[in-house]
Ligand binder design. Structure first.
Ligand code: HSE
Length: 311
């Protein structure tokens, strides 16, 4: 049995524009790392967090990575076990890239692997959703499911939980830009109206069906034209600097789509190839720099694997 483990879990693009709380995909980078070591005393402690500028709680009951590990140990009846966790944030917090979800999934994958997998990887999902509940008040699965399972995920139902792995075109690329302004998911969720017009709902579910069909048919143009959000984006986009100008830049450079990643402020486009994705991130970042807004850019294919053991 291992004494320690180092795990990486990836960032994710949730919602995928039209699928609020039901669609998400994992990317190759960025992501978070967890180093977990056994210790002789029972219980879960956090010994170190790096890359968070002191923003995340060291209290194991409040940090999503450790709190979920505690829940997992209770569930499997092994509260006699003791582990210490180092969390290395290698991605921005409050970015709309599933930062809390990457940490949570890394922690859960680490403890399950350290104990020789007492439960199946898929069955870690409800624990990871509890982490989202702790982080933002609602246990949405559209970040944690792709972070845990890899790939492109549809959450068909929350009750009962029904999560489906979708196919996608191999050459699909994601161009992500994180403008360095903070948008906490909890706040961005509170902005959304709880009632919608039937005509908007019709547009939205037509687009979700169109996107899912496009993924199955590997029809890039259908994927692109389905990525329209009439429910959430009009409200949330006001939190994002020059959102509409960034869209104009991306679409002008050949993006298939443009929208908010998760609850923002990160934005992303789908493209047919890496070069187009790189041109788009560079141009958007250049535009943000003219507004004196720092940014991070990431280009990635869909990450089919989810979390991995580094050593
Ligand atoms: N579906 C969630 C939301 C994702 O939009 O609030 C958060 O990253």
């Amino acid at each position: 049995m291992r004494e320690s483990i180092r795990v990486f879990a990836p960032a994710t693009v949730a919602n995928v524009v039209c699928g609020f709380d039901v669609l998400g995909l994992a990317v190759n980078a960025p992501g978070d790392e967890v180093i977990m070591r056994r210790r002789s005393e029972p219980g879960v402690v956090i010994t170190k967090i790096t890359g968070d500028d002191g923003r995340l709680p060291l209290d194991p009951a409040k940090n999503t990575a450790s709190a979920c590990v505690q829940m997992f140990l209770q569930h499997i009846g092994r509260t006699d076990i003791g582990v210490e966790i180092e969390l290395h944030k290698k991605m921005p917090i409050g970015s709309g890239l599933g930062s809390s979800s990457a940490s949570t999934v890394a922690g859960l994958f680490a403890i399950n692997s350290l104990l020789d997998c007492p439960i199946k990887q898929d069955d870690l999902l409800p624990f990871a959703m509890k982490g989202e509940e702790l982080a933002c008040g609602f246990g949405h699965a559209d970040n944690v499911a792709p972070a845990l399972l890899g790939g492109f995920i549809l959450v068909r139902s929350y009750d009962p939980l029904d999560v489906i792995k979708l196919p996608y075109p191999e050459e699909l690329h994601t161009a992500i830009v994180f403008p360095e302004v903070d948008v906490p998911t909890r706040d961005a969720r509170q902005m959304i109206r709880s009632k919608v017009l039937l005509k908007d709902a019709v547009t939205q579910w037509g687009n979700v069906a169109g996107l899912v069909s496009g993924l199955f048919m590997k029809d890039m143009d259908l994927i692109g034209r389905s990525m329209v959000d009439v429910l959430v984006e009009p409200v949330r986009s006001i939190l994002i600097p020059d959102f509409h100008k960034m869209r104009e830049i991306a679409m002008g450079l050949g993006a298939l789509s443009f929208g908010i990643s998760g609850s923002g402020p990160s934005v992303f486009s789908f493209t047919k190839d890496q070069e187009t994705a790189e041109r788009i991130t560079a141009a958007i970042q250049k535009h943000l720099s003219t507004l004196s807004i720092g940014s991070q850019g990431y280009v990635s294919k869909v990450n089919a694997n989810g979390p991995i053991i580094l050593d």
